[in-house]
Design a protein around this ligand. Structure first.
Ligand code: GLA
Length: 711
């Protein structure tokens, strides 16, 4: 059971997860202060960490910049504010006055602590929420603000939580940066003194930065060392500021919006921030990733336990030129390969012949689907596959009937241009009528055609983001847009419980714990080059599980990079996630189709390990040595090792990799060769994946436990 306790004398709150503790207390000024985050503590041990009051380093200094649970703008605080408020009379700041607390008794392995406060002068109520569970060390934190007064309050900054780190000798920040078709590039760099801002100003999570951080002392590795991290469950603009102070402390605060956006609170209105979840582990980056993966499978993804089907997607094969005949032909070939879910991508509706027209007009194009989508859906179902379709409900091409009818439905600012990206504008999902319209046609489309799967795309960032005519519209839209997007997804899922959804945003522009709570998988990049993809998948896997990672095998030379690598190599890379096929099967030779069918069958034999096992990144995707990843069953019964050699060089050492997650003393049989290995040898002395010679060699080795050695 997770526990939440309060020491009677000191008032120290202690939250306990299976392997970690988190302690908080309210100081003599009434402010919630951080005490501990790390290995487990007893209540008495936690109390020892409370410093006597009045121990300021010098009378010249204000309050420390790091060490409060939600540093506010107010008093003698000069660090990054997590909460910045402006009242209607022009005054600012927040002064903590505790008003109570609530412990929601742990049940079903979940416990929640709520610490409640108000401002000493203004009727603004703030509650800090903490949730702990018995099967994860991830602690969920969020804040709820309520305006109890009669005048409007502006939340200039309203972060979900601030996380404080213990004093460390050094600090190193791990995070991802990227761009379209090069998302999730892992960066690991020394945290500079001062403030480091990671942010998206785009209205979406973005390709350019991911809303999560991990910090270590510069000494953690893949399998050792203390790592502190936090991830924001939000799919709009966001900001995380990591701070390193001159007195040797560090912490990070994060929440919705970027600078100059604001959340207005009308009288009696409440704003609940999204969760900013934190994790401490002493098992290095690998253990951190595995803990985030397990948490996401159990508590974020709506169907994390479900085995995902092998998918086919038409995008790289037929582009915008989809029609009933070519899709049926592809579907026949896909089914023969062993595909279980057939997805028609862009181009099936309205006047959509290119990216210049038709977005917004969601009826099947009559010259391409003269009898609607029904016959194609029936064929796909008859072939034993599920039927999926691409949609981009938040967008409109100016050249569309929808835009001609509702030019005011897009985000816009009077007196400003309506800047296009990919020839399209963003519909203002913050408007309830727009969100209702989207829900209406989507739910009908799904019902009318027996659609099993939606690829929900969102291909451009906001610009001239305004909402003329709505009170506080320009400020409200940033959070209301996301809330309504979530609302439409939630309603659709409730209408159609069998429907599964893939989140996509020009590739991986909107992947975060918020959208993953409402979808089933993510399209992580439009870049399907298998070699580039190894790097993207390495970054993606730092936080997100393979169960959420769609990956396709596409044709060579690759459309984006012109690189050619063997079919096996491409399959082995895509087998690291949810295997999909995106090549033009009409052009695959008989030999390729046969090899593809074998590899699909092989994936089906091991996908439970990939989708639900524990990931070990044994050797990364950079440098000359092979890249190696391993997926292990939690109970040690089997394991899968995938390895890729890029360009070999004569004389390269063939280093063994030490496998993880095996049962000590057990023996494992290689399912293909029949060779039997001892766990001790595999884990302590290492295993050399049988990579053939030559460029772009790859292998997948499935090891199954067959027995146990005598003690
Ligand atoms: C985005 C997606 C692609 C494809 C196209 C269709 O770029 O990421 O996979 O669906 O849109 O226009």
């Amino acid at each position: 059971m997770p526990t939440i306790s309060r020491a009677p004398d000191t008032g120290v709150w202690l939250l306990t997860t299976p392997r970690t503790s988190y302690a908080v207390h309210i100081d003599e000024t009434g402010a919630p202060c951080h005490l501990a985050w790390g290995p487990r503590l007893t209540p008495r041990e936690a109390e020892e960490l409370v410093l006597p009051a009045g121990e300021a380093a010098s009378s010249f200094e204000g309050r420390p910049a790091v060490g409060e649970e939600l540093p506010v703008d107010g008093g003698t605080r000069y660090g990054t504010p997590s909460l910045q408020v402006r009242y209607e009379d022009g005054s600012r700041g927040f002064e903590w006055q505790p008003t109570g607390h609530r412990v929601l008794t742990p049940s079903d392995g979940v416990g929640e602590l709520r610490l409640e406060f108000r401002d000493r002068h203004y009727p603004l109520h703030v509650a800090l929420h903490y949730r702990v569970r018995d099967d994860t060390d991830v602690i969920e934190r969020w804040t709820v603000l309520r305006n109890d007064g009669e005048q409007r309050v502006s939340l200039l900054r309203t972060d979900s939580a601030a996380w404080s780190l213990p004093p460390l000798a050094d600090y190193r920040l791990s995070h991802v940066t990227g761009q379209w078709s090069a998302e999730s590039q892992l960066r690991r760099e020394r945290l500079p003194h001062g403030e480091t801002v990671l942010t998206s100003r785009r209205g979406i999570t973005s390709h350019h930065a991911g809303p999560w951080v991990m910090v270590d002392a510069g000494d953690a590795g893949e399998e050792h060392g203390r790592v502190f991290g936090a991830a924001l469950a939000w799919s709009g603009s966001w900001r995380i500021t990591a701070q390193r102070t001159p007195d040797g402390r560090a912490g990070f605060t994060g929440g919705v919006g970027h600078e100059s956006t604001c959340v207005p609170l009308a009288p009696a209105e409440e704003f609940a921030t999204p969760v900013f979840a934190g994790l401490f582990t002493d098992g290095g980056f690998g253990a951190a990733s595995r803990a985030w993966h397990a948490y996401t499978l159990r508590h974020v993804l709506p169907h994390g336990r479900e085995v995902a089907p092998v998918l086919y997607n038409s995008w790289e094969a037929t582009g915008f030129d989809v029609d009933e005949a070519n899709q049926k032909a592809l579907a026949e070939r896909a089914a023969a390969l062993g595909v279980e879910l057939y997805v028609v991508d862009d181009g099936w509706f309205g006047a959509r012949r290119s990216d210049r027209a038709g977005l917004g007009d969601w009826t099947p194009a009559p010259e391409r689907f003269p009898r609607g989508l029904g016959p194609l859906a029936d064929t796909v179902h008859r072939l034993g596959m599920r039927f999926g379709i691409w949609v981009e409900p938040e967008m409109v091409n100016p050249d569309s009937d929808l835009y001609r009818e509702h030019p005011d439905w897009v985000l816009h600012t009077p007196g400003r241009a309506r800047s296009e990206l990919r020839n399209q504008l963003v519909l203002n999902f913050a408007r309830d009528d727009v969100a209702d319209w989207a829900h209406g046609w989507l739910t009908r489309l799904v019902a009318d055609h027996g659609i099993d799967f939606l690829k929900w795309d969102m291909n451009r960032a906001f610009s001239e983001a305004g909402w003329p005519g709505a009170p506080d519209g320009h400020d409200r839209l940033w959070t209301r847009y996301v809330a309504n997007l979530y609302g439409v997804l939630d309603r659709l899922r409730a209408d159609h419980t069998g429907l599964r959804i893939e989140t996509c945003s020009g590739g991986g522009g909107r992947v975060d714990l918020g959208i993953l709570a409402r979808t089933d998988q993510a399209w992580v990049s439009d870049n399907t080059d298998a070699v580039d993809r190894l790097v993207i998948q390495h970054g993606f896997s730092q936080l997100h599980p393979a169960r959420a990672m769609s990956a396709w095998v596409t044709d060579v030379p690759n459309q984006l990079t012109s690189r050619t690598v063997p079919l096996r190599f491409r399959f082995h890379v895509a087998m690291c996630g949810l295997l999909g096929i995106g090549g033009d099967l009409a052009r695959w030779s008989g030999e390729e189709l046969a090899e593809g069918a074998d590899l699909v069958a092989e994936y089906k034999r091991v996908r439970h390990l990939v989708q639900h096992g524990a990931l070990y990144r044994l050797s990364g995707p950079h440098g000359e040595l092979p890249t190696v990843v391993q997926y292990a069953a939690e109970d040690g019964t089997e394991t899968l090792v995938l390895a890729w050699q890029r360009g070999p060089r004569h004389g390269l050492p063939r280093l063994p990799v030490r496998l993880r997650g095996l049962t000590p003393g057990a023996r494992y049989r290689d399912a293909r060769t029949g060779e039997v290995h001892h766990a001790t040898v595999l884990a302590e002395y290492g295993f050399r994946p049988d990579l053939p010679s030559g460029d772009w060699a790859s292998t997948a080795v499935h090891l199954v436990r067959v027995g146990q050695d005598e003690a």
